[in-house]
Design a protein around this ligand. Sequence first.
Ligand SMILES: [Zn+2]
Length: 862
Amino acid sequence: MIRCAGSLRAALLVAAASFGAASAAAESEAPAPGVSLQLAQARASNISRLRYELVLSIPETLAQPVTGTNELRFHLADPTKPLVIDFDAEGASEATITVNGVGVPTRAVNGHLVIPAAPLRLGENTVRIDFRAGNAPLNRSKDLLYTLFVPAQAHRAMPCFDQPDLKGRWTITLEHPAQWQSVANGAERDRRRTGSQVRVRFRQTQPLPTYLVAFVVGDMKVETATRQGRPMRMFHRENDAAKLARNREALFDLHAESLEALEKYTGIPYPFVKFDFVLVPALQFGGMEHAGNIVYRAEALLLDESATQEDRLSRAHLIAHETAHMWFGDLVTMRWFDDVWTKEVFANFIADKVIGPLFPHVRHDLQFFLGNHGSAYSVDRSAGANPIRQPLDNLSGAGSLYGPIVYNKSPVVMRQLEALLGDASFRDGVRTYLRRHSFANATWDDLIAALAGRTKLDLRHWSRMWIDEPGRPVIRTALEVNDGRVQRLALQQSDPQRRNRLWPQQLRVTVGCGQKPKRIVAELVGDEVDLTRLLDGCVPDYVLAGGEGWGYGEFELETRSQAYLETAIPSLADPLTRGVAWSALWDALLGGRMATGRWVDMALLNLRAERDAQLIGEWLADLNVVWWRFLTPAQRAERAPGLEALLRGRLDAAADPGLKSTWFAALRNAATTPTTVAWLRSLWQREATIAGLPLVEADETALAYALAIRGVDGEQKLLDTQRDRITNPDRKARFEFVRAAASADAGERERWFRALEDPANRRQEVWVGQGLRLLNHSLRADHAAALLPKALDMLLEVNRTGALFFDASWMYASLHGHSSPQAAATVSRFIENLPADYPPRMRALILQSSDLLIRAARTRAP
Ligand SMILES: [Zn+2]
């Protein structure tokens, strides 16, 4: 209320001081909330040579605000219009502003400060703003502060031009308690200590968009190392010395190897002046690529002794991904967030290239397939599928652009593009693109332009189907066998939405002919391609149109192939072919072309025989979904002894701790029989052990939750003991937060959930996600179903107040244990009754995250 009155007064003052009726009229126009495309375009054409000088004071106690000054220097091409600076924090209207040395009244409107035109000049201008910082993107806890400004959150902390194509050079000074460490994008220039405080000045950065600006301040330790002459620092809060020692060298090495590979691929030396990274416990993201100052989720990098091969691959991939962003995103930035996928696709695509040589014993084509296709399909098979590139009219909606389509479909598509152009030609085009737009911005069209001269292919048509359209083609195999001879083999594609869309792509069909499968390369451009001639008389046992994990679509097996593969996957020699066959059967299950019981039999048959660690991990995850969501409790009970015996047998027989860890986690997740639950308890009580697999704190915590969910006796005391076993303060705080969500007392669980209505209780987003998954576990789903309407209601608010990805993790965690027709009906009703102005991307998110629920409920419906 006060803010409105204040703005009105300021608006009148401004109008009175300015020249002419036209500018007075312009000034009375209020900029829309968020950062609109229109505002961004107007500013980008007006503002240049942008520099920021930011000074922030960070107090020791949380109760005191962070205060500061930001001095913005820039050139204006047109000083006749009011200037809009973004600042959306509680105290924004109390900021004091001077423009070119002259004080101006503060006009705070819709999350912006509107600077009157009068004191602005053609050419160089200086706007100095003293302000109280907003806390939301500062992630403050009692002894740690870390910023996350992506995609446009910087202005919720401090005044700035919060759009990706206004890159500025930042000079940052941080004042904070002297016992704390601090790190920012720029190299440290000097520090001055006064009593209990220290003032640290960082050197000016290269041009950076606001979303890449970052600093971390707090109680941290620092490790340093030098690789290839480059000093690196790692900031962290780990108090387990052995854990740190076990990971330290690998973390520096992985970064050094990634940097080297990127320099080689791009032909451009590491673009920024220094290289640090920070490990933040329970960070909202796996990592964030702040230039020269990457932050990571500590848990993703500091691995336990029992880490699986998958954990190691994921860690290497994450590091390579964030490091790749130093070129893709940081050096060359998308002009607007509708092209955010261009930086993510390269980060993932190049990360795959980087980690290849680091894990020579791993099948990387299989890893690529498992890491991307399944995840992208989970969205593209849903009714909420979105295209890779999505239009965006305001950065307030930028957070909802991210997801499996951006992260996982786009690398598949980019690999096709690379194959069409040839590796070297593709790389040269990418190099041209990077050189052309260094320290500036670019669009997808700019990349197409850099590639277009290198191919005869119509890249624009290709791009329209793969980049701008949602969904995937259905690809059917037509196989006619008569009198022991193949009459016809053809591939046909169709549009599941019946809009006659055709996706041009190359397929590498695997045909099961005798001992060695046959490979047929097919260009599926129109609706059908005939392959009969290419069979050379072979009568196939099976045809996998998505062979080698190369194609993208719903590959419907014809009857002969499906019947064969339901029992024959273990006999296929190539692990990638086994993976592709499994994926086709997974689609068959979800598409209603394979009965659940048959699928489970198929899964058990394969899990009994499989030797490939990558496949085992992936298949166990699929089985876990079917086990809890597609089987009824009675079906589960009937099959439980058999499954548990299988898992226990493979756990005992596994040779290395990583694989043992995989089998053990699967057994812990699936366990329901009293014998196995009692055995898990004795492990947790340290009365039993597993030969060759030492259980660490994380294992015991997971066991404690698993036992609590299964309603074992004395569950509160068990959770108390587990809390006392945890020595790391960050992990202990997390446990204390999450445990109520696993309580046997339904009232306590409900109170935990209701408390999330207060945004302050949702600040630790990773903790909330974990708690929601426990609360909504299938064994608790009957109770949790009653809370589902509230979780759905809260989505918009969660999207508005949370960091990137939190809306998605909120929805997926809230739905992940449900499979009842009632829960499905709750979601369907909610979608049907949405108001017309409900954000389409949030609606799409609900459809995506409820896809398995709807399919499971349909399967289980009597
Ligand atoms: Zn990324």
